[in-house]
Ligand binder design. Structure first.
Ligand code: IPM
Ligand code: MG
Length: 360
């Protein structure tokens, strides 16, 4: 039976990188005998333009009826009015919440061919292989109240970080299970010296840690973590963090790899259906110019093959194809280096397909 994939290309560079990723998937499917059916749907600014909301009920249904969801990126200056009640980001938050995708896996590896693409020194980057597990359906992203209001002294605004122990527990369990399959090291990030939610986070994390005595465990404050991440990134294995800390730390971590355009992510719940998206945004400044790096989106399809469909071999083949193209010196502008061959989004996609064994 064909794997049914809901495809939300989104805004900005989303459609360009998604186009390349789908074409790569088709080649992988042909090579490994995997059938896919693709169901396109709108999310984000494009949906606001078409339907007046970031995610329609029918688009959400498409996602819920799928075996996996691919998402490009959403948002852009056109829909950025801070006073607007309808915002593209609502689509992402809606999909994550409605599909109950509470664990967002963001692997960060430094490709050996790209040691010099980062702004950090190569010796700091050697051996970096970490996995951030970001809590995705709680915290300040969903806490209520979240509002603007007028008080005695004028304008006021409030946001709320809310977590239940159950939410922390399942995230920590997912993180420990992952650590067990990797280098058996887990760092839990919080701000327990200031926030009540973090103190509970740390308490629950420590309780779960008792059940995993084989995993080396530590708590680190988020401000210190942001420093350690660029000072000694190779020391970390799995890093578990609440929603916003994970959001911020993974943008920082992407610079270890050299570009946001390289990092895929997988959002998972209890079942096999996941949502797979690059961690980068819509890059409106280069949208439609064939300059975007499609590799994060392509690598997101590899995560989908592995984590939602159990197709490890096909996933690895895509990852190896990407590695070979980089090894041959091809670079999109975001990771361009002296003496490399700078190519556009489409050419990068074609090169990956060629390596994967399809048409050239
Ligand atoms: C991400 C993005 C999103 C987030 C935005 C676009 C809502 O930054 O996936 O990291 O904050 O979660
Ligand atoms: Mg982010």
């Amino acid at each position: 039976m064909a794997h049914n994939i809901a495809v939300f290309s989104g805004d900005g560079i989303g459609p360009e990188v998604m186009g390349e990723a789908i074409n790569v998937l088709k080649i992988a499917g042909a090579r490994f005998g995997i059938e896919f059916s693709f169901e396109p749907a709108l999310a984000g600014g494009c949906s606001i333009d078409e339907h007046g909301v970031a995610l329609t009920d029918s688009a959400l249904r498409t996602a819920k009826e799928s075996d996996a969801v691919l998402l490009g990126a959403v948002g852009g200056p056109k829909w950025d009015d801070p006073k607007a009640s309808v915002r593209p980001e609502q689509a992402i938050l809606g999909l994550r919440k409605e599909l109950e995708l509470f664990a967002n896996l963001r692997p960060v590896q430094v490709n050996r061919h790209l040691l010099h693409a980062s702004t950090l020194k190569p010796e700091v980057l050697a051996g970096v292989d970490l996995m951030v597990v970001r809590e995705l359906t709680g915290g300040v992203y969903y806490g209520r109240p979240s509002e603007r209001r007028t008080g005695a002294s004028g304008r006021e605004a409030v946001d709320t970080i809310f977590y239940t122990e159950g939410e922390v527990e399942r995230l920590m369990r997912a993180s420990f299970d992952l650590a067990r399959k990797r280098r058996k090291k887990l760092t839990s990030v919080d701000k327990a010296n200031i926030m009540a939610s973090s103190r509970m986070w740390r308490e629950v994390a420590n309780e779960v840690a008792q059940e995993y005595p084989d995993v080396e465990y530590e708590d680190v404050l988020v401000d210190a973590m942001s420093m350690h991440l660029i000072r000694r990134p190779a020391d970390f294995d799995v890093i578990a963090a609440e929603n916003m800390f994970g959001d911020i730390l993974t943008d920082e971590a992407s610079m270890l790899a050299g570009s946001m355009g390289l990092l895929p992510s997988a959002s998972l719940g209890e079942g096999s259906r996941g949502l797979f998206e690059p961690i980068h945004g819509t890059a409106p400044d280069i949208a439609g110019q064939d300059k975007a790096n499609p590799l994060a989106m392509i690598l997101s399809t590899a995560l989908m093959l592995r984590l939602s469909f159990g197709q490890d071999e096909a996933a690895l083949a895509i990852e190896e194809a990407v590695d070979q193209v980089l090894g041959n010196g091809y670079r999109t502008p975001d990771i361009a280096q002296p003496e490399c061959r700078v190519v556009g989004c489409q050419e990068m996609g074609r090169l990956v397909r060629e390596r994967l064994g399809g048409e050239s």
